[in-house]
Design a protein around this ligand. Structure first.
Ligand SMILES: *Cc1c(COP(=O)(O)O)cnc(C)c1O
Length: 402
């Protein structure tokens, strides 16, 4: 049997009629950039995300850049983010000339650790008597924002993070690229911090047919500024309030996204059901350590653990991630059995070549480093069958024996 990591063709087959008709409609209109399709998508997704304002843009990476630009982030600034995330989180900060200031994750949900964040803000920053703002002691840069990531579809622990950011006088920008629709304290993520950033990269839970992204905010002024920044800082054509960028959404992408948005809740429910089935299958196979701390398998001294959803938060299972010993060998053995897996992410960002000038070293963020060595994402998508899931877990169990 073959079980691919992701099967977008199966999804297309299930919505072919609807999505083909939507594409034809755009073709007939010959209106491709922003316009009525994008406006309709913005209204519909704002309702879905329970946010007053939704501003579409060209990618999730651009959404992050635009959010930071709206706060004037640039050289001489530091923005807190975890080192265990997709590159774009830190890349957006660095691209604007600011410093990604890494703070470690917690080992259960792999998200920014509020305890580590508090320790950093208390000990790693100081009040600058001159500006009245917080300075990062290590670099001397001005603290400009905190950017938590909702990794794998599970919300970061926003309540303490937002509280700390408020106490230290900086906004929270949520990197919500992997967690569309997830809730924290009953609220949709993205709209809990000052600005939330989403990605519709094709493999995300809500995927376009190319690049696409979105910003949400509760703040009217911020929304107006973001709308300008995505079109060269202009509200009235050829008159420029800010120096912005070109980051517009295509009508074709909006048309696809509008169709898919109607299915998102059903797809999320299916993903959650698949995750629960994986939990049950792992338990059946004697591989499940249900809660932290991880269960050590008595016979082999090995451990494996499933995600441990945080209380009060919902997980949309963008990924279903287990931790395994000898991860790369296990992955190879599963591949030989026809099972696609992936490692998100093998090298934490503080150890990336492009960030060498930040002068971090191995051992600086141990929780992220350990996660990078152990995590393995199993296939998860709404169309995955029970038979396929049984095969994945059998293959995993066999791979662990090899
Ligand atoms: C996908 C992703 C992004 C970037 O989105 P693109 O649309 O690919 O630019 C940013 N952050 C995280 C955590 C992501 O997973």
């Amino acid at each position: 049997m073959q079980v691919p990591l992701l099967d977008l063709k199966a999804q297309y087959a299930s919505i072919r009629g609807e999505v083909d008709a939507a594409i034809r409609e755009v073709a007939e209109s010959q209106q491709f950039i922003l316009g009525p399709q994008v406006e309709a998508f913005e209204r519909e997704i704002a309702t879905y995300l329970e946010a007053p304002h939704a501003i579409a843009c060209a990618s999730g990476s651009d959404a992050l850049v635009l959010a930071l630009m709206a706060y004037g982030v640039g050289p001489g600034h530091a923005v807190v983010c975890p080192p265990f995330t997709f590159f774009a989180t830190a890349g957006a900060i660095a691209r604007l000339g600011a410093e990604p200031r890494f703070v470690d994750i917690e080992p259960e949900a792999y998200n920014l650790d509020p305890v580590a964040l508090e320790a950093y803000l208390r000990e790693g920053t100081e009040l600058d008597a001159f500006s009245g703002k917080r300075l990062d002691k290590r670099s001397g840069n001005l603290l400009a924002a905190v950017m938590p990531v909702h990794l794998y579809g599970q919300p970061a622990d926003l309540q303490p993070i937002v509280g700390l950011a408020q106490r230290y006088g900086v906004p929270v920008i949520e990197d919500a690229a992997q967690a569309i629709g997830a809730r924290y304290d009953g609220k949709r993520i993205g709209g809990i911090g000052a600005v939330g950033c989403f990605s519709f990269f094709p493999s995300k839970n809500l995927g376009a047919w190319g690049d696409a992204g979105l910003l949400v905010t509760r703040d009217d002024e911020m929304a107006a500024k973001l709308r300008m920044l995505r079109v060269h800082g202009s509200a009235k054509r050829y008159y420029h309030t800010y120096v912005g960028i070109n980051s517009r959404l295509d009508a074709l992408q909006a048309a696809v996204l509008r169709v898919k948005l109607r299915h998102l809740d059903a797809w999320t429910a299916a993903r959650v059901a698949k995750a629960q089935r994986y939990d049950a299958l792992l338990e059946e196979a004697g591989l499940l350590g249900k809660v932290a701390p991880p269960v050590v398998l008595a016979d082999r001294g090995e451990l494996i653990r499933t995600p441990d959803p945080m209380r009060g938060a919902s997980h949309i299972f963008h990924q279903y991630v287990v931790r395994v010993p000898r991860r790369d060998a296990v992955r190879e053995a599963m591949k030989a059995r026809g099972v696609g897996t992936e490692v998100y992410y093998p090298l934490p960002l503080h150890l990336q070549e492009c960030f060498q000038d930040l002068a971090w070293k191995k051992g600086d963020f141990p929780v992220s480093e350990k996660a990078a060595d152990e995590v393995l994402a199993l296939p998860i998508y709404p169309e995955l069958t029970e038979e396929q899931q049984r095969y994945v877990i059998t293959s995993l169990a066999e791979a662990l024996q090899t």
